[in-house]
Design a protein around this ligand. Structure first.
Ligand SMILES: [Zn+2]
Length: 297
């Protein structure tokens, strides 16, 4: 990079692909762009979009198709939780190019701004994900956005669903930045959709902070995807024993239980509630919470 372009390194994180509009908006001299193209340091992908020699194939391919990496693929690149098994790059084609390439473009509700970055920022990506993801996965992604970006508030997510139907807009009411993982988010929103009252991230003296507490005594914890017979395994078992000694009933779900075997896991938890395992007397008071009352079922 030379001249003013060299001061823009931060903007080159989008897989080595950048738009002319973005460069100009950040003060790059058009002559510098032209020189970089002449010298082969930048190659034109399509009109107004450039790549470096080591640019990311998925990003250059999205731009070549007339779009940018967006939706769940962009969220994943921003470190936001997205469900497993995304087998293609989700691309948002600009409004002007869409008529030329109908079909496989992700779209949000309403008209989104013309893409300027090769990897969409979080908000337009989230707007597309609102359409592409099942409702529970979308809430989990929103949880993750707020969890990762402490300066953001729930109201900052509103533009992503501003033009969406009420059923999608109302999903923001279910977002909770306290959720520590995607699986924890999914357990919370799915159980609440069954009218189970629960609290998350509850501190229990003598046990620690548990993911989910149903009623007074039923603890549901989610193992992470990488959880195997490692360090966490022994710690978790010790926590479970400590919880049992205090009268709690701990249930541990694997990542696979939540992602691929949820109906069975849910049935098991609902059966435990029917058996009253959430109403057991406990010998250590966890932190009281307004929602910590008898579950609705
Ligand atoms: Zn998508």
């Amino acid at each position: 990079m030379l001249g003013s372009m060299s001061r823009m390194r931060g903007s080159w994180t989008d897989g080595g692909v950048v738009s002319r509009r973005h460069l100009l908006a950040h003060g790059t001299d058009p002559k510098d762009i032209a020189r970089a193209v002449r010298q082969g340091r930048l190659a034109v992908i399509r009109r107004g979009w450039y790549q470096t020699a080591d640019a990311d194939d998925a990003v250059t391919s999205a731009v070549r198709r007339g779009g940018v990496v967006s939706c769940v693929s962009a969220l994943e690149r921003h470190g936001i939780w997205v469900p497993p098994g995304i087998d293609r790059t989700h691309v948002r084609v600009s409004h002007f190019a869409r008529s030329a390439r109908p079909g496989d473009s992700c779209t949000g509700f309403g008209r989104l701004p013309t893409p300027e970055r090769a990897v969409d920022p979080i908000l337009p990506a989230l707007a597309c994900a609102a359409k592409c993801l099942p409702w529970d996965h979308f809430v989990a992604a929103c949880d993750s956005v707020l969890h990762q970006n402490r300066a953001w508030e729930l109201v900052d997510l509103v533009p992503a669903v501003a033009s969406a139907p009420p059923r999608v807009r109302s999903l923001l009411d279910r977002v909770d930045r306290l959720a520590d993982s995607g699986t924890e988010s999914l357990v919370r929103v799915r159980l609440r959709s069954k009218r189970v009252r629960l609290t998350i991230q509850v501190y229990i003296p003598g046990v620690g902070t548990v993911d989910t507490l149903i009623g007074r005594s039923l603890i549901v914890e989610c193992d992470s995807r990488a959880h195997h017979l490692g360090e966490g395994y022994q710690t978790d078992r010790a926590r479970d024993r400590a919880a049992r000694r205090l009268g709690y009933h701990p249930v541990r779900l694997t990542w696979e239980d939540v992602m691929f075997r949820w109906p069975e896991a849910e049935r098991e938890i609902l059966d435990m509630i029917r058996m009253g395992l959430h109403r057991q007397r406990v010998r250590s008071g966890h932190q009281p919470c307004s929602e910590d009352v008898y579950p609705a079922i």
